[in-house]
Structure formats: structure tokens, C-alpha cells
Design a binder for this molecule. Structure first.
Ligand SMILES: [Fe+2]
Ligand SMILES: [Fe+2]
Length: 293
């Protein structure tokens, strides 16, 4: 079935401010993230830009909004509660699909709290091994790559079980336009070693063997667009800026709108950038049909 599917892609919201932690909550890796956050994101500027982008995205009336992780900063329980409240006021879980990032799994055990808190956004249409949502002639597949790591390490891992589930899911989707949501870029040139995906090569093999069409990711807080040769064509892999960047350490906050022709696989991407809290710029990119199989 040929149709146009419209997707808004936000990532790395790193919602702030961080609620005041109890002293004992900082007796672990969180202390580093807490100090860092206060050094870098003290102003409200980033959140103001994010609010402008969210209002802008609503006017685009996307079929679905996807969020590729790092909702919070240091995974405090009070941060999760605040983030869920924030999301619910702006997005409808029925039309929003998310995966988690390393900051949502910042300390051991945090990912379980994140999974519970954001369950309505992480879920698929039904109970397969991985969450899948069908949108017209496309399907979204959520892959978890976030794991707790010691201080100064922010690498991720999908793991054998989840990779097997991804391959099975992609194969089962057949000719559907397959969109994979993952926090980390599956590309060693974009993130490697201490901040990359441990099993990057294995994940790429699965994306290729399963004929993924589009991979949407975050983590780098910088824009990127790469291709990956798949069994029958090419997958486009797009990374988006942080939705709440004030522009001082990373490119300014932005989100992407993809319009996908699921018949021929052509993708048009509009990048909407908050160059200030009250000014959004627009840039359009056209990607040729990627998989004609
Ligand atoms: Fe991030
Ligand atoms: Fe990240």
C-alpha cells in the first residue's frame, strides 16, 4: 500500500531542571552528571527552545512522533516522574513511540524505573518480542541499546537476545517500510569506544539482513545522515540534534520531520531548528528511494 507517512523525530530532551536530589542519591555516578548538568545547562534557554519546537511540531500534524532516548539526565526517580508529567502534557502516547537512552539507564536499576515510567510510550501495538507500531504502510520497531555503565563510560549495547528479536521482527515485517528506533548511532564513525555501541557491527549486520529502510537515532546531539547497504538496497540512518540544546555546547535544538512515500521509499526530511526560543529555521533534504525491493 503506497501512502505518505509523516513522522516527527525528537531526541535527547534531557528535560530540566533536575529536581533537587537527596544527598544519598548522589553517592554514585550521578554526582558527575549532576555537577556536569549544573555547569552546562543552568539556563532555561534550552527548555524554552524545546517548548517552541514541540509547539511547532504539533502544527505539522505528524502521524506519529518518535523520541529516541535520553529523556532525563541522571535518572533520579523524581526526574522520571517530572519527565512523564511533561510528556503527558504535550504528547499522546497513542501517537508517540519512544526508546530509552543511556541517561535513562544512568545507574544500576534505573532502566527498570524508566521502563515502568514510560511504558505507554515504549510499547508496541501487540505483544511481540520487540515493540512494533504500524503506521499506514510503515512499521516502527523500538530497540533498546541503553545499559547502566560505571562513571565516565557512556557506551551502549543491544545484546544478543534483542538483536535476534530485531532480526526476527524485521523479517516478519516483509515488504513493509521498516523504521528502527535506537538511541545509539549504529555507526562507529559517529560514536565508538567509551561512548559508542559495543555491538555496533553485529547490529549493522542485523539491520542489513533484515532489510531495514530507515534508522532513527540520537545520542550524539549532532545531525548526521548515513547509509547502510542492506540485503536488497540501502537503509538511511539519521541522527537528530538534542531537542533542548541551547546552542552553547552542541548545535542548537532541532527536530526532524520525515515524509515517507512507503510505495517507492523516497524520504523528504525537514529539519526544524530553534535558532532562538522564538525563531525556528527550516531546511529541506530529499533522499532518493532507498529500497525498491
Ligand atoms: Fe543525550
Ligand atoms: Fe545518550
Amino acid at each position: 500500500m503506497a501512502d505518505i507517512v509523516t513522522i516527527a523525530h525528537f531526541s535527547d530532551l534531557h528535560l530540566g531542571p533536575i529536581p533537587r536530589p537527596k544527598p544519598w542519591q548522589l553517592l554514585n555516578k550521578r554526582i558527575f552528571g549532576f555537577v556536569n548538568w549544573h555547569r552546562r545547562r543552568r539556563s532555561d534557554e534550552g527548555m524554552d527552545r524545546l517548548e517552541a519546537l514541540v509547539r511547532d511540531a504539533a502544527t505539522m500534524v505528524p502521524d506519529v512522533t518518535v523520541l529516541t532516548g535520553d529523556f532525563v539526565n541522571i535518572a533520579l526517580p523524581q526526574e522520571f516522574a517530572q519527565a512523564r508529567h511533561w510528556l503527558d502534557a504535550r504528547f499522546d502516547p497513542a501517537h508517540t513511540m519512544a526508546v530509552l537512552g543511556n541517561h535513562d539507564a544512568y545507574v544500576p536499576g534505573a532502566i527498570n524505573a524508566a521502563r515502568t515510567t514510560f511504558a505507554d510510550y515504549l510499547r508496541g501495538d501487540n505483544g511481540g518480542p520487540l515493540p512494533v507500531r504500524r503506521i499506514g504502510g510503515a512499521a516502527l520497531v523500538g530497540v533498546n541499546s541503553a545499559v547502566a555503565r560505571p562513571p565516565h563510560l557512556s557506551s551502549g549495547r543491544v545484546g544478543q537476545q534483542e538483536r535476534d528479536a530485531l532480526l526476527h521482527t524485521l523479517e516478519r515485517l516483509g515488504d513493509t517500510f521498516k523504521i528502527v528506533l535506537i538511541h545509539y548511532p549504529p555507526d562507529q564513525d559517529l560514536a565508538r569506544g567509551r561512548r559508542g555501541l559495543d555491538d555496533c557491527e553485529e547490529v549493522r549486520e542485523v539491520l542489513a539482513a533484515g532489510n531495514a529502510n530507515l534508522v532513527l537515532h540520537g545520542h550524539n546531539h549532532r545531525p548526521s545522515a548515513r547509509t547502510l547497504t542492506t540485503r536488497d538496497g540501502e537503509a538511511l540512518m539519521v541522527g537528530v540534534e538534542s531537542g533542548s540544546s541551547d546552542g552553547s555546547h552542541y548545535p542548537p535544538a532541532a527536530y526532524n520531520i520525515y515524509r515517507i512515500n512507503t510505495g517507492d521509499g523516497a524520504v523528504t526530511m525537514e529539519k526544524r531548528t530553534a535558532i532562538a526560543a522564538n525563531t525556528i529555521s527550516n531546511e529541506t533534504f530529499n533522499f532518493a528511494p532507498l529500497n525498491t525491493a
